[in-house]
Write a protein that binds this ligand. Structure first.
Ligand SMILES: [Mg+2]
Length: 288
């Protein structure tokens, strides 16, 4: 380790990525079901600028909860073990499950009844083809980028595998790979990452490439924009649509770009277990 040098910067970016994801998620939850910017303005005339306190015994919405469990599994299993990840997610669904999407619930219910993880993801997709291409696999994928930032082939493989446990549609699996390739470039200080992402995905996923990039386009756009992490996430939380997931993914990318210092101190105070999250990120990015 080299305090103040490249390692310290990498660690700060990793901590920023995971904390940014949790902050963006928590900021966007109150506006998630309101639909339009107008409806959000009516409900929140003073704007949405603080992280609302979570309900008792439910510190994290689904995006953050599943991401943190994925990160903990990668460390506990010393790599990716779909059975361990699926078990942790299914347990969370039963004891909390706040914010869980339809496709994720279906797949995890099948797993809870004994189906193999990838089989459950395939079945959930087959039961509802076309309608199961949600963003449930993208919002939680970032710990994989932290763990495999030095191994892009494995980063791509594990990104798609964690997606396939609940979302086997290839728009979802490749969407997760695209986000994590972008996070990887930002962790390494390359802010002009889109070319690199397209290059690395291009040979393998030509048919779904445009779809996958399109799905995460709004988050990518914000990273190139000149607004700060705080301004960007506040904008997204008030922009309508899937506010909590858009802000979570953008938060991860902007945190990976700017590091932990980009998180406003009041948001750090409003996140449950902030130091544990930061340490999880640090352990993932330094794991060998
Ligand atoms: Mg959510």
């Amino acid at each position: 380790m080299n305090p103040g040098g490249a390692d310290a910067q990498l660690i700060s970016r990793a901590r920023g990525a995971l904390l940014g994801l949790v902050a963006g998620n928590q900021l966007g939850v109150p506006t998630e079901h309101l639909g339009t910017p107008d409806a959000i303005r009516q409900a929140f005339p003073n704007g949405v600028t603080d992280l609302a306190p979570p309900p008792k015994n439910s510190p994290y919405d689904d995006d953050a909860a599943m991401a943190l469990l994925l990160g903990e599994s990668l460390l506990a299993s010393n790599g990716f073990d779909e059975t361990d990840v699926a078990r942790r997610w299914a347990k969370w669904m039963k004891v909390d499950g706040r914010g869980i999407g339809i496709t994720t619930r279906r797949a995890l219910t099948l797993i809870d009844r004994g189906k193999e993880p990838f089989e459950a993801g395939r079945l959930a997709n087959q039961e509802n083809p076309g309608r199961s291409a949600g963003n449930g696999s993208v919002m939680r994928c970032v710990p994989v980028a932290l763990r495999y930032h030095n191994d892009p082939d494995r980063l791509i493989r594990v990104s798609t595998q964690q997606a396939a446990i609940t979302h086997s549609d290839e728009r979802c699996t490749w969407g997760a790979a695209a986000v994590n390739l972008a996070v990887r470039e930002l962790l390494h200080g390359n802010i002009y990452f889109v070319d690199e992402v397209l290059h690395r995905m291009g040979d393998r996923a030509p048919r779904v490439l445009r779809d996958a990039i399109h799905r995460v386009e709004i988050a990518f756009w914000f990273v190139h924009h000149d607004r700060s992490l705080e301004e960007s996430l506040i904008y997204l939380a008030q922009a309508g649509g899937d506010t909590d997931t858009n802000a979570a993914v953008a938060g991860a990318l902007l945190g990976a770009r700017h590091g932990e210092v980009a998180l406003p101190p009041r948001w750090m105070d409003q996140i449950t277990g902030v130091e544990g999250i930061a340490q999880l990120a640090e352990r993932l990015v330094t794991a060998l």
